[in-house]
Design a protein around this ligand. Structure first.
Ligand SMILES: [Zn+2]
Length: 235
């Protein structure tokens, strides 16, 4: 029962979890404050998030994506399964730089889907295994610690790595969607040069949350590796 103290007793590796949590909190605060600042700045074109999205999709030759309204704040997303571009209340009907920027970002995902952008396809393909990995890794790992079964520890780490891989491949997908968004906003004349800067700040802040999520899962993975290593030395 050596593994017990790692789970219930004092364990310095908790620090890794705390650092990850703080990073995520900081990134989330940054995206909220940036969004709040730019949702007060109206775009000169007067297009709402939904209208801007319609214009971008049309220009990309995409006619089978439905733009819908979803409740909540920063709940905007593109669902490739039913080709739905869901815009939140603050984005759908607002003409702010934040709203237009976020709407254009979601269009970026719809365009990625339409053109078969490889990182997005890879990401969609690993969603099921990443979910299973995230759910099973910790129970298996804890069982491995408590009953001193090395293969369970290794399996737990491998499964958790799948969840980290998902976060890793999410990064290029998100950054690419934002860069498509800014290009489209500019080339279609939806936002002017100065306005683009505001939209870029909103989208960069949003990208930070994905960087923080990745850093946080890498720290969690590191913690599992350290705990498994400590376990081995006890044998
Ligand atoms: Zn996105």
């Amino acid at each position: 029962m050596y593994g017990y103290r790692y789970y219930w007793g004092f364990d310095w590796t908790y620090l890794l979890l705390v650092i990850g949590m703080l990073l995520s909190l900081a990134a989330s605060a940054k995206v909220k404050s940036t969004f709040a600042a730019y949702k007060r700045v109206r775009s000169a074109s007067g297009l709402t998030g939904a209208m801007a999205a319609q214009k971008i999709l049309y220009a990309a030759g995409i006619t089978d994506v439905q733009i819908t309204r979803v409740s909540g704040s920063l709940t905007d997303h593109y669902d490739p399964r039913n080709k739905t571009l869901a815009l939140s209340d603050e984005v759908y009907g607002s003409t702010s730089l934040a709203a237009v920027g976020v709407a254009a970002h979601e269009c970026g995902h719809a365009i990625q889907h339409d053109t078969g952008y490889a990182p997005l396809e890879f990401r969609s393909a690993i969603v099921p295994v990443a979910n299973i990995g995230a759910q099973l890794s910790w129970p298996l790992f804890v069982a491995g610690l408590i009953f001193s079964i090395q293969p369970l520890l290794t399996l737990g780490i491998i499964l958790f790595s799948l969840a980290v891989l998902f976060q890793l491949v999410t990064l290029p997908v998100e950054i690419n969607a934002s860069s498509r968004a800014l290009n489209n906003l500019q080339s279609l004349g939806i936002l002017g040069q100065n306005e683009i800067r505001g939209a870029r700040k909103v989208l960069s802040a949003a990208a930070l949350t994905y960087v923080a999520a990745l850093a946080s899962s890498i720290l969690q993975l590191l913690r599992l590796v350290i705990l498994a290593g400590g376990r081995r030395r006890d044998d």
